[in-house]
Design a protein. Structure first.
Ligand code: PEP
Ligand code: CO
Length: 465
């Protein structure tokens, strides 16, 4: 079912040739999963060359800085908070959505810094998360058979066969939307994001139903006092000039997009993907001889690797050897997404094998992708309790293996959506229709995200106090 594995081979390789070695399009000779062929290869070639000439979205030194921070997270000296939309759409590139997303991520990180006492590395699933793997190639709508929607970077959500064909213009459109998003996120975080200096304005009433409410209120009070104190001793400083670090990431799925912006930079070794600080290898594109691994092995960026069903340990070890032969610290984030009732069975063997092979990785937990289910009314959702359970189980297995869980990977939004059930506010299945926005997977909303940050920090403390 889950295929569209075709030889990519759709683009003329022009001037990358450097012997027979790796170059940004060397994957083009391989089979590629999860990317239907573009019908118009001429238009593809044109869009590719245009994208290739456009300026980068980020810089190589930012990529290197993130790698250093991830090396700290691998050691347990900092913690990775990666989060954002399941799928961004071009339409969702609005000022409100970006502000809300940055705000919730920063508030979550404040909670975690306060509760855990270590730096938090913030990485958004943002400014490029426009392409989606699917488990089925086709769907039938009103009797018409069409390719599945694969994210705005590839085709249109509109249900007709023509709109569902991969369209190369979308490579440029995605670049534009990503650039607009990054521009705004940088402006907000460069100035310290003054909104955050008022935790008393965080909307906390929802926590009243949580058994930890007292503790939570106390924590916000302390953060508030700390900010006032800092403000008093360094007047005008905190509100205006403290830059907060915020990095971007997305799944490296549409390799035409990734490779067109993959470059060498002056006075540095190697090639950099300059569309995002970090990219990840999804769970469905892990063919060891396939295009995605061929592409990822040539870039300097930190790389996430999803670890989930079919739980193929040998394949993962092969990927690690291929993507990080030098065992560079901070290079690989292993993002386990097993499902709350599978962690106990599978995680420890992965931890042991990776340790034995000497790979220095950041272990991160994605408690979202193994825990989706459809309600009786066929609404795709996730239970807050099961998400939390996967986090707890994952911490617990790492503890018993003498290993360190160095991060979490969450699908979330700063908006008041109703997509996941549970949490202190007790959203029930029959409330999902109130504000269900996602085109793809259900996300934690603002309140559920803050609550989760608090509960993650509590779990982390069990391993570190
Ligand atoms: C995702 O993170 O959006 C995703 C599709 O995850 P996975 O590849 O783990 O299924
Ligand atoms: Co998802």
């Amino acid at each position: 079912m889950s295929t569209i594995i075709k030889k990519a081979n759709q683009i003329e390789i022009t001037d990358y040739m450097e012997g027979d070695g790796w170059h940004p399009l060397s994957w083009n000779e391989k089979e590629i999963a999860q990317l239907p062929p573009y019908p118009d290869t001429k238009a593809l070639q044109k869009a590719y060359q245009e994208l290739r000439a456009l300026p980068p979205l980020i810089t190589s030194w930012e990529i290197e800085a993130l790698k250093d921070k991830l090396a700290d997270a691998a050691e347990g000296n900092s913690f990775l908070l990666q989060g954002g939309d399941c799928a961004e759409t071009f339409e969702s590139c609005t000022s409100d959505k970006l502000v809300n997303m940055l705000k919730v991520m920063l508030q979550m990180s404040f909670i975690m810094i306060h509760e855990m006492g270590i730096p938090i590395v913030r990485v958004g699933r943002v400014a490029g998360q426009y392409a989606k793997p699917r488990s089925k190639d086709f769907e039938v709508v009103n009797g018409e058979k069409m390719l599945n929607y694969r994210g705005d970077l590839i085709n249109s959500y509109m249900p007709n066969a023509k709109a569902r064909q991969p369209d190369p213009i979308r490579l440029l459109k995605a670049y534009e939307k990503a650039a607009l998003s990054i521009n705004f996120l940088r402006a907000l975080s460069d100035e310290g994001f003054a909104d955050l200096q008022h935790p008393e304005q965080w909307e906390l009433d929802f926590m009243k139903n949580n058994e930890f409410y007292e503790e939570y209120a106390q924590m916000v009070n302390t953060i508030n006092k700390a900010i006032k104190f800092m403000d008093a001793i360094t007047p005008n400083k905190l509100n205006t000039s403290d830059k907060v670090d915020f990095y971007t990431s997305h799944e490296a799925l549409n390799l035409f997009y990734e490779s067109a912006q993959t470059r060498r930079v002056p006075r540095k070794q190697g090639w950099f993907n300059l569309t995002a600080h970090m990219v990840w290898l999804g769970n469905r594109t892990q063919q060891i001889d396939g295009a995605h691994i061929e592409y990822l092995k040539g870039i300097q960026n930190p790389i996430g690797i999803k670890v989930g069903p079919p739980f193929d340990l040998d394949n993962l070890l092969g990927i690690l050897d291929t993507l990080n032969p030098a065992h560079e610290a901070g290079k690989i984030v292993l993002i386990t997404r097993m499902g709350h009732n599978k962690v106990k069975k599978h995680l420890s063997s992965f931890i042991r094998a990776v340790k034995q092979n000497g790979h220095p990785v950041v272990w991160s937990c994605d408690p979202m992708h193994g825990n989706a289910y459809a309600t009786g009314d066929n609404v795709k959702t996730r239970r807050f309790d099961e998400i939390l359970k996967e986090i707890k189980e994952t911490f617990s297995v790492h503890r018993s293996e003498g290993s360190n869980l160095g991060g979490v990977h969450l699908e979330l939004t700063g908006d008041n959506v109703t997509e996941c059930v549970g949490g202190a506010n007790g959203l029930k299945e029959d409330g999902l229709g109130i504000n269900y926005e996602t085109y793809c997977d259900p996300r934690l909303n603002y309140e559920q995200s803050l609550e989760m940050a608090f509960l993650v920090a509590k779990e982390w403390n069990k391993s570190h106090l």
